[in-house]
Design a protein. Structure first.
Length: 369
C-alpha cells in the first residue's frame, strides 16, 4: 500500500471580525476547493513533541500566547483516535480534504495496488475528545455523498507519532547551501545554512513544494537587514530561514495554538534570540497581540502567506496591510489552476506580479503599491 499524508493549514477556517482581528470561522462548510486529484500534492502530517525546557523558559520570558501554550502542553499527552473510513477511490481525495476542513488532524489514503479494486481506505486522526461521527457526516455531506461511509475507530498513543516522524523526515536541501534538518539528525553539511526543525503538528518541513517555493523566494529576496512577516507561520520555518539568510527581524502569526507551540520550539532549537523573532496567536482573544500586530502594519519589507486559496482571497486586505509601500508580498499554498484567481484578486494591491511553479503548486509575488 502507498500511504499519502496531508495536513491543511488551519487558516482555511478564518474570518475577519468588525475590529479587524483574525478569528476562526464557526461554519466550515465549503471552504476548500475541490480540484483534480492528479493536481494535488500531499502535505505531510507530523507528530507533536514534548515542549523543551528552552521553550518553557521562552514562554515565561516573553509571555506570548501563554494560554495557548498551556493548552498545547496538556494535549501533548492525550491519546488520539485513529479512524479508518472505507470509500470509493474516486471520492477519496476530496473526502480526505473535507475531513480536514471539518476537524480531522490528518487524512491519509491507503491505495490498494489492484486495478480491479474500486474502494480504498482513508486513515484519519482525531483528538480523543472530538465527535468523529459528526465530522465524517459533515464531510460526506459537503461533497454530496448520498450515504455516510462505513468507518472503524481505535485509539493511538503519542509514541506512534514520534516513531513515524523519525522514520520519514530526513534532511532536505531546498536550494544550494540551504538545508532543513530534523532535530534528531546531524546536518549533512556543517557550514551550510541549516534550519533545525521538529515540526510537531504544524505544516512546513521543507518537503512540500509550497514551502520550497517560499524558501526559494526568500533566498532570492533577502540581501540583509529586512523585516519579514510570515502570515500563517506553521512550524516557523520561513521566519527562521529569513533570519539565517540575513533578515533583521521576523514575525510569525497563526490561528492554531499547535503551530505557535511548534514555531516557538523551533526558534529555541535554532538558538534564535528572543528579540529577533516573535510568534503570535491571532485568535481574537489576546488583546495585547492585537495591539502589537496593529502597530506592525506597514512595517515589513517582505510578507509571505503560504496558506490556501480561500483564505488568501478573503484575507487579501489584511495580508497586504503588513507590508510597507514597495514591500514584496508572496502568496502560496495554491495549485496551478488557481493562479489566475489570485492574480486577479491581488492585482488591486500589487505591481510586477510574478509566478513560480513546482509539481502543480504555485507561488505568486508582487510589489506593493
Amino acid at each position: 500500500m502507498i500511504r499519502r499524508l496531508r495536513l491543511l493549514r488551519r487558516f482555511s477556517h478564518l474570518q475577519i471580525s468588525p475590529s479587524g482581528a483574525v478569528l476562526p470561522l464557526t461554519a466550515r462548510r465549503n471552504l476548500y476547493s475541490v480540484t483534480s486529484p492528479a493536481r494535488r500534492q500531499q502535505r505531510g502530517q507530523k507528530p507533536k513533541f514534548v515542549i523543551s525546557l528552552q521553550l518553557q523558559r521562552r514562554r515565561e520570558e516573553d509571555g506570548i500566547c501563554t494560554r495557548a501554550m498551556e493548552k498545547e502542553e496538556a494535549q501533548l499527552f492525550s491519546p488520539y483516535l485513529w479512524v479508518r473510513i472505507r470509500c470509493s477511490k474516486y471520492v477519496a481525495d476530496t473526502l480526505s480534504e473535507a475531513l480536514l476542513c471539518f476537524g480531522a488532524s490528518s487524512a491519509s489514503i491507503d491505495e490498494i495496488n489492484s486495478e480491479d479494486s474500486c474502494e480504498t481506505w482513508i486513515t484519519s486522526l482525531f483528538v480523543d475528545c472530538q465527535d468523529v461521527h459528526a465530522c465524517i457526516s459533515l464531510a460526506a455531506d459537503s461533497i454530496c455523498l448520498q450515504h455516510i461511509p462505513k468507518y472503524e475507530v481505535s485509539k493511538g498513543e503519542q509514541h506512534d507519532w514520534l516513531k513515524n516522524i523519525e522514520e520519514t523526515f530526513h534532511p532536505i536541501e531546498v536550494t544550494t547551501g540551504l538545508w532543513i534538518v530534523p532535530k534528531w539528525k546531524t546536518p549533512p553539511v556543517q557550514n551550510a545554512t541549516n534550519i533545525v526543525l521538529s515540526p510537531g503538528m504544524a505544516f512546513g518541513t521543507g518537503e512540500h513544494p509550497t514551502t520550497k517555493l517560499c524558501l526559494c523566494l526568500l533566498h532570492s529576496l533577502i540581501k540583509g537587514g529586512e523585516k519579514f512577516l510570515d502570515y500563517g507561520t506553521g512550524s516557523g520555518v520561513l521566519g527562521i530561514a529569513a533570519l539565517k539568510m540575513g533578515a533583521e527581524f521576523s514575525v510569525g502569526i497563526d490561528v492554531d495554538s499547535q503551530a505557535v507551540a511548534s514555531a516557538l520550539q523551533n526558534i529555541a532549537f535554532n538558538e534564535i534570540e528572543t528579540d529577533k523573532m516573535k510568534v503570535y496567536l491571532v485568535s481574537g482573544v489576546e488583546s495585547s497581540n492585537r495591539k502589537e500586530l496593529s502597530a506592525a502594519k506597514l512595517n515589513f519589507d517582505i510578507v509571505i502567506a503560504n496558506i490556501l486559496l480561500n483564505p488568501l482571497l478573503e484575507l487579501a486586505d489584511d495580508i497586504v496591510s503588513y507590508g510597507k509601500p514597495g514591500a514584496v508580498i508572496g502568496l502560496s499554498g495554491i495549485i496551478s489552476e488557481q493562479i489566475q484567481q489570485i492574480k486577479e484578486r491581488f492585482s488591486l494591491y500589487l505591481d510586477e506580479i510574478s509566478v513560480a511553479e513546482m509539481d502543480g503548486w504555485a507561488c505568486i509575488h508582487g510589489i506593493k503599491r
